[in-house]
Design a protein around this ligand. Structure first.
Ligand SMILES: Nc1nc2c(c(=O)[nH]1)N[C@H]1C(S)=C(S)[C@@H](COP(=O)(O)O)O[C@H]1N2
Ligand SMILES: [Mo]
Length: 386
């Protein structure tokens, strides 16, 4: 069966009468706008989102109308532009502390046992007012572990470095010296993570080959991790003993936080890895005197206990998570029906809690987080009711 990336695609394909559940596709509880349903604009966001840099694409979260993000709307960002990789001559190299270095063609990879996973992620820099650096995709590829097992990982291999085909000149500072070196985009992960069952060497998204934006022909997918760990245009994997300290591993993706330890503020710089628990309201629409408040949840895959919405100074009210987004690493879409809205400006905010009891922090809770990355704070937004 052909894979449709959106319900809209399916509806357009004329399969609506068959009933989505019958096709094994869960019913979509948060539909495209119903007849007579209208968008209630956010007064804290311009109607037209700010233009993104040329090789970036932001998802206008107000347009989300299906669990999976279509490939041409999927957000995209990268540091060195898009390299062109020839799929005919492409080889994924596996080198370093392995018994048998590998050089695998796309065909070699396509003939290996595949895995498929729905994974929604955001850039660690995603934040208000737009929250447009996030999307949800269904990824197909070869488990990283399968390839590493074929190469035979040596005991001394502690760190696995993933290099993209994209590169650029970088200035490296050492005390009073500066060096300019040309280097590839690289990210790493520890042995335990690399040999776990989930990381995927993906060549398809939503049933089609990756686009150039998404890292054609091959990218690393690390379910539960922020965008930066999902190396696009993957070309080499190197197994090594030492920590990898490249620019985008050791310097650009650090979160500086102050934490009270032994009664004193300690400043810690931590690498950006697993996604922090987050929710935000993406769209408000009106249908008669009912208002649909819908939003997005992103996290590291820990099951969600609840998501709630608060209007002005009212109580937290339970929202409903869409069943079509219940896969472990999928983003979750939620809906809250607001009734009794009065004319005037109102503040709407959402808050998610996972099963471990972790609650999405407020902006105040994060006041000791100094760098803008990993901003998962509750996001109050405003609407005007006529
Ligand atoms: N090779 C390579 N991979 C990369 C990057 C990059 O600059 N080069 N950027 C990372 C960052 S910061 C993010 S947020 C995601 C974005 O993935 P997307 O464009 O598919 O949304 O790719 C990651 N993978
Ligand atoms: Mo990112």
């Amino acid at each position: 069966m052909t894979m449709h990336s959106t319900r809209r695609g399916i509806l357009k394909g004329g399969l609506a009468v068959a009933g989505l559940s019958a096709l094994g596709i869960p019913d979509w509880a948060l539909p495209v706008l119903a007849q007579g349903e209208t968008i209630v604009p956010f007064t804290d966001l311009p109607a037209t989102p700010p233009a993104a840099a040329a090789d970036r694409r932001l998802l206008d979260v107000r347009t989300i109308d299906a669990p999976l993000t279509p490939k041409d709307s999927f957000f995209t960002t990268q540091h060195y532009g898009h390299p062109t990789v020839d799929p005919q001559t492409f080889k994924l190299k596996v080198s370093g502390l392995v018994n048998k270095p590998l050089s695998l063609s796309l065909d070699d990879l396509r003939h290996m046992k595949t895995n498929e996973i729905t994974f929604g992620f955001e850039c660690s820099g995603n934040r208000r007012p737009l929250q447009g650096l996030c999307s949800n995709g269904r990824w197909t590829g070869v488990p990283l572990r399968t390839v590493l097992e074929q190469a035979g990982v040596k005991n001394e291999a502690k760190e696995f470095v993933f290099f993209g085909a994209d590169r650029g000149d970088e200035e490296v500072e050492f005390r009073t010296q500066k060096f300019t070196v040309n280097q590839q985009f690289g990210r790493s992960m520890p042995r335990e993570k690399a040999l776990s069952s989930e990381p995927l060497l993906a060549y398809n998204m939503n049933g089609e080959p990756l686009t150039k934006h998404q890292g054609f022909p091959l990218r690393l997918i690390v379910p539960g991790w922020y965008g930066v760990g999902n190396v696009k245009w993957l070309s080499e994997i190197n197994a090594q003993e030492d920590q990898y300290l490249g620019k985008y591993q050791a310097r650009w993706y650090r979160t500086l936080r102050g934490e009270m330890i032994n009664g004193e503020m300690k400043w810690t710089e931590a690498a950006v890895t697993s996604m922090q628990l987050k929710s935000f309201i993406a769209r408000v629409s009106r249908n008669g005197d009912r208002y649909n408040v819908r939003g997005v949840i992103l996290n590291d895959g820990t099951p969600i206990k609840s998501v709630e919405v608060k209007v002005d100074d009212g109580p937290w009210q339970a929202a409903t998570i869409d069943k079509a987004t219940s896969d472990k690493y999928s983003w979750k879409l939620f809906n809250y029906t607001w009734t009794g809205a009065t004319p005037g400006e109102h503040t709407l905010v959402s808050r998610v809690t996972d099963v471990t009891g972790l609650v999405q922090p407020t902006e105040k809770d994060l006041e000791n987080k100094k760098t803008f990355l990993e901003d998962n704070s509750q996001y109050p937004r405003k609407v005007m009711i006529a």
